[in-house]
Design a protein around this ligand. Structure first.
Ligand code: PGA
Length: 254
């Protein structure tokens, strides 16, 4: 397979530093020796440096960052500060867009900064329930992608991971069906192909109420390359169960 699956846990505003390191120690002990997929955890900022001392095969990411490298931006965290602590950074998560009113232009600045400082951006896009019900899903996703990736070169876009997270599926228990998710992932891959991206080497994750009971059916889809998991990543046994199920996913074509 040209795109090994990526299973990511987005902890949002959950877990203290000691809870983070205990989780990581436990998960590292459970993971099999030859891990055929990528496991990434996105703990809160304050836990990143302790987490970085505990990881072995697990990779780390930040849940957000500011686009400037330093300066008078009280409360923000810069890409320079993240360098050396983590490899990935989540950008444009729907909670950032909807609760903190982040707009595409700002997400675009963050993407450029992440790439400049060699962080791997995981760009989240997704439509609301009203947008889906109104038949606007593809148009919304194309707009988000176009604005968020504006001005990036083909080589830069190639380094991005996209996470399709329908807003109506996040934290609701209301997962997209494998067919709905596959349809969107195929659409996103086609958009990337139109931009001359090598789409076979481009990872597109699904997020939104992924759990042990539905992960296999989603990950079996040809264009779903992994999962971004919120609630179901908070308990180590449940998250490990998802990882184990993901390991058994075999894809044709890939
Ligand atoms: P959920 O969250 O798995 O709890 O729906 C996913 C996310 O917000 O990344």
């Amino acid at each position: 397979m040209t795109r090994p699956l990526l299973i990511a846990g987005n902890w949002k505003m959950n877990k203290t530093v000691s809870e983070t390191t205990a989780f990581i120690d436990s998960l590292e002990r459970k993971l099999p020796g030859n891990l055929p997929l990528t496991v990434v955890l996105f703990p809160p900022f304050v836990a990143l440096s302790s987490a970085a001392r505990h990881i072995g095969r697990i990779q780390l990411g930040a849940q957000n960052m500011y686009h400037e490298s330093s300066g008078a931006f009280t409360g923000e965290v810069s890409p320079v500060m993240l360098q050396g602590l983590c490899r990935h950074v989540l950008l444009g998560h729907s909670e950032r867009r909807h609760i903190f009113h982040e707009e595409d232009a700002q997400i675009n600045r963050k993407l450029r900064a992440a790439l400049e400082f060699d962080l791997q951006p995981v760009l989240c896009i997704g439509e609301t329930k009203e947008q889906r019900d109104g038949g606007h899903t593809f148009e919304i996703l194309e707009n988000q992608l176009t604005r968020d990736l504006e001005g990036l070169s083909v080589a830069q876009i190639q380094k991005v991971v996209v996470a399709y997270e329908p807003v109506w599926a996040i934290g609701t228990g209301d997962t997209a069906t494998p067919r709905q998710a596959q349809e969107v992932h195929r659409f996103i891959r086609t958009l990337l192909e139109n931009r001359k991206i090598d789409s076979q080497r481009f990872r597109i994750l699904y997020g939104g109420s992924v759990k042990s009971a539905n992960c296999r059916d989603l990950l079996c889809q040809p264009d779903i390359d992994g999962a971004l998991i919120g609630g179901a990543s908070l308990h180590v046994d449940g998250f490990f169960d998802i990882i184990q199920k993901s390991i058994t996913v075999e894809k044709l074509g890939g």
